[in-house]
Design a protein. Structure first.
Length: 397
């Protein structure tokens, strides 16, 4: 008998965290590693949010919270959805969890049965297919490369749909590509989905506030889909709160109830102190959000300009999130000191060892031949990192 369950044995480790861990190990040895691997804002959580958490401790918010989250937080999320997105939701449709990662996992566990299919555009965020595996479903990938700005077409979506399709995961702004679907593009996907009323649409909007081209557009705005769209969102990225672990869904009430049922047996309500901090994030001054976005946009321009100066890389202009996902295929099949660099993962490892720059190979995101840089670091670090990467790449023969 296997000691580990078959489910767990099939699970891959999170490559983003694995690279970050390797980078931290080298740092601990005193090596000056620039970490462009894990995607998290480098900013500190804004002060008014930290104050609210301190206050919550002093006010003895030390007891279990309601499983779907404190009512005042769910009400604030509904107001946010109305004011920022023009969407009507009631608190009974919101479930707060310990990070958007848990929100996603709750949803997939709640709706996917064995062998049902989940359509995932590739490049995709590392955890989607792994969560589908946990739910015993099957991932069906749609490839969208740099020449289509990493965005799928309605024809591709329709071709991927089968009688077994249970859900479609859309991530805009996207991790790992930084691509953002326009309202018109979302509409073309909605037109296809309208024809298939049994498919759920899981809309991961965690990078909503990091968008350089327009206001955020949610696929939930199309009334014809509304009763089967599940929005995933949270405070991690927009409010620089990755460690606080607060995410949420906005969903049809019966799906929210199912996720709450699951969460009630699994983890209970999210951390009470962190929920009070998230409440302050949504109800407080929103300047912090736009200030961080402006800094990310400046860094995006810098990293794209510098990478474009390296010969034989293919770089596009990401329009959201804080990732640049560029084609490095021309450097694969080359060697350094007799060691062959075969895959993008090999190249990422080479850059870590040779340039002391940590990044993630595209293989982990279902896109071999690409590298992902998270540019949520200072301008100086971006300049230093790309200069080192350039030298290392040009050493390959
Ligand atoms: N979705 C995407 C696309 C992400 O990049 C992340 C960040 N890891 C998450 C969900 C999960 O966010 P959280 O930190 O709130 O769990
Ligand atoms: N979203 C981040 C990333 O892709 C955090 C890491 C993770 O949750 O896997 O790097």
């Amino acid at each position: 008998m296997n000691l580990l369950s078959a489910k767990l044995a099939a699970l891959s480790p999170s490559e983003t965290f694995a690279m970050a861990q390797k980078s931290n190990e080298l740092k601990a040895q005193g090596i000056d590693v620039i970490n462009l691997s894990v995607g998290e804002p480098d900013f500190f959580t804004p002060n008014h949010i930290k104050q609210a958490a301190k206050q919550a401790i002093d006010n003895n918010f030390s007891f279990y919270s309601p499983v779907p989250g404190f009512l005042d937080l769910r009400e604030a999320i509904c107001r946010k959805l109305k004011n920022e997105n023009g969407l009507d939701y009631s608190p009974a449709q919101i479930v707060v969890s310990s990070g958007a990662k848990q929100s996603l996992c709750n949803v997939l566990m709640s709706i996917v049965d064995k062998d049902e299919e989940v359509i995932i555009p590739a490049p995709y965020w590392v955890s989607y297919p792994e969560m589908v595996k946990l739910a015993e479903g099957k991932s069906v990938f749609i490839d969208a490369d740099i020449h289509q700005d990493f965005k799928i077409t309605p024809q591709q979506l329709e071709a991927a749909i089968t009688p077994k399709t249970k859900a479609f995961i859309l991530c805009s702004p996207s991790n790992p590509t930084g691509s953002v679907y326009t309202k018109e593009e979302l509409k073309t996907l909605a037109v296809v989905l309208e024809k298939y009323p049994n498919i759920f649409i899981i809309s991961d909007e965690i990078y909503e506030h990091i968008n350089y081209i327009s206001k955020h557009e949610s696929i939930s705005q199309f009334d014809t889909l509304r009763d089967r769209v599940i929005i995933i969102n949270g405070v991690s990225k927009g409010y620089a709160m990755t460690g606080w672990r607060i995410g949420w869904i906005a969903a049809p009430q019966w799906i929210a109830s199912a996720c709450s049922l699951l969460q009630g047996q699994y983890t209970s309500g999210a951390c009470s102190i962190a929920q009070k901090a998230a409440l302050a994030a949504y109800t407080g001054d929103q300047h912090c959000v736009s200030e961080m976005r402006v800094a990310f946009e400046r860094r995006r321009n810098l990293v794209v300009k510098l990478l474009s100066e390296i010969p034989n890389l293919e770089v596009n202009m990401p329009t959201g999130a804080f990732y640049v996902f560029f084609r490095c295929e021309n450097y694969l099949g080359k060697s350094y000191n007799g060691k062959l660099i075969d895959t993008a993962a090999d190249l990422a490892m080479y850059l870590l060892e040779e340039a002391h720059v940590a990044c993630v190979g595209g293989d982990a995101f279902g896109a071999p031949g690409y590298l992902r840089f998270s540019y949520a670091v200072s301008d100086e670090q971006i300049e230093k990192a790309v200069a080192r990467v350039k030298i290392a790449l040009l050493k390959l023969v």
